[in-house]
Design a protein around this ligand. Structure first.
Ligand SMILES: [Zn+2]
Length: 493
């Protein structure tokens, strides 16, 4: 914390304490009875927030890389961070969980239980994963322990999500709200690169790619990044009517940061951001506690590594802290300029759409089966055996997949949700074409269905487009964007 941050923090705390005192004085002593009666009729925006600890127990496999190894240490706690908003007519809950990607069945279960306990409609609940790569599998169905992870953890997370939202509802209080955006261009890089003509890029299926994920630093055959980045961090800030910070929900299109230690549990920079923005706002140890939340934007093809420069050497978690600090400070720099509204209306839309599941060709299936029939065969192509398993699973999967899309309106601000690791092009398109300004997209929401490249990026090939990494039809991103834009337009105030 620099000295500027500290003095602002103390100033801010004094200001909201004084405002709270004045508000009490004004309503209890000064306000004449008719004015109070008129005020009671005005719609009131209320907000409440809570963070449930969802840190797993040790010895479960840490996922996020090609090989999972059992967790031996907890670097920092994992949370399900919950925000509930209520405009007097519409109540909605937003939950962001520190996990690589929670499937639809688990979120559906949490929503059903929450509905039974609170009456909140299931289509007013937005639940998403951050995509920290230092978490364990979190599934609702499945009874295998070993590599699939214990089903006990899924049950635990469901209960913690339900508790978190109930606690946020219990904390609902009159609130004011604001939103803003800032650019942090220096921490986002398109991780897919076009390579110079003649570069060999074999895929696992016997074909050739034109784009390469994470190609390596300063390779002489690097041509240019295969797509854009989205530098924007967009956020919604909620304070009590007296100005005490309740919650801040931010969104940035960065896959994760990494640079953790192996076999360690961590919320990655998502958790570090929540901590840092709380510190910047002088919101430590409030009662009720402030909840910082960072959701994953459209980062399927975006990471934190600049392949045009030499590799950085850093201590574990150093880069996580650095990126979290930059993103939090960019938000904090805007915080003083926000246009606080004592009331905004809320709206939410949910739609389920059916997408075709990609299927292997007869030739691809035959090759995969042959590979799997010979466990002694080494890979002749990159990740050949891994993808042989995935091809057989896709062949056996249902023909279609039903996915949930959501759109939320908070005043003039829009939020779209996609249950995939969405490519940045889709997020930029939604930001540009949404009638709500600003709009941001939360990925891995209400499910976790793999990568969602655009049709143009599918044509370039590369890891994210491989059959099994991307599981739904090539046109899926276009269909999803069209549906979301209709839903956003439908809520225009
Ligand atoms: Zn990932």
């Amino acid at each position: 914390m620099d000295s500027h941050g500290r003095s602002w923090r103390h100033g801010a705390r004094r200001a909201w304490a004084a405002a709270a005192l004045l508000a009490v004085f004004a309503t209890s002593v000064c306000a004449p009875a008719p004015a109070r009666a008129a005020e009671a009729k005005k719609p009131v925006l209320r907000a409440g927030a809570a963070a449930s600890n969802i840190t797993p127990w040790l010895d479960q496999p840490v996922i996020g890389g090609w090989k999972a190894a059992p967790a031996e240490r907890i670097h920092d706690e994992l949370h399900a961070r919950c925000l509930v908003l209520d405009d007097g007519t519409t109540r909605l809950a937003i939950v962001v969980c520190d996990n690589l990607g929670i499937g639809r069945e688990l979120f559906d279960e949490a929503k059903q239980r929450l509905h039974a306990q609170t009456n909140l409609p299931v289509d007013r609940m937005l639940m998403a994963s951050t995509h920290t790569h230092s978490s364990i599998p979190c599934r609702w169905k499945g009874d295998k322990v070993s590599a699939e992870g214990s089903p006990d953890y899924g049950r635990f997370v469901v209960r913690r999500i339900v508790d978190g939202v109930r606690r946020a509802i219990n904390r609902l209080e009159p609130a004011r709200i604001a939103w803003g955006a800032a650019d942090v261009p220096e921490e986002v890089f398109n991780r897919r690169w076009l390579m110079k003509p003649g570069t060999q890029l074999p895929d696992p299926f016997g074909g050739t790619d034109r784009a390469k994920m994470n190609p390596g630093h300063q390779r002489p055959d690097l041509l240019k990044p295969a797509g854009p980045v989205d530098p924007q961090v967009c956020f919604v800030a909620v304070e009590s009517a007296g100005g005490r910070p309740i919650a801040l929900l931010a969104n940035y299109s960065l896959h994760y940061v990494g640079g953790t230690r192996r076999q360690e549990i961590s919320a990655d920079y998502f958790g570090a951001f929540a901590d840092r923005i709380q510190q910047c706002l002088g919101a430590d140890r409030l009662d009720p506690p402030f909840v910082g939340i960072l959701s994953n934007g459209t980062s399927g093809n975006i990471n934190n590594i600049n392949y045009a420069a030499p590799p950085e050497r850093r201590k574990p978690y150093e880069k996580i802290r650095l990126v979290a600090d930059r993103v939090a400070r960019a938000v904090f720099a805007e915080y003083g300029n926000l246009d606080w509204r004592p009331y905004v209306s809320l709206a939410m839309r949910q739609r389920e759409i059916e997408l075709a599941v990609r299927k292997p060709t007869p030739d691809q299936l035959a090759q995969a089966r042959e590979m799997l029939a010979h466990p002694e065969w080494p890979d002749k192509r990159p990740h050949q055996r891994t993808y042989a398993h995935r091809i057989v699973r896709l062949h056996e999967a249902p023909e279609t997949s039903r996915v949930i899309l959501q759109a939320v309106r908070i005043g003039d601000l829009g939020i779209a949700t996609v249950p995939f690791e969405t490519f940045v092009e889709t997020g930029l398109e939604l930001k540009a074409r949404s009638p709500l300004k600003p709009t941001f997209t939360i990925s891995l929401a209400n499910g976790s269905g793999g990568y969602l490249p655009t049709p143009e990026q599918h044509r370039l090939g590369g890891y994210e487009t491989w059959l099994g990494t991307s599981r739904v039809e090539i046109q899926a991103s276009t269909k999803i964007a069209t549906a979301l834009l209709e839903m956003l337009a439908d809520m225009k105030p």
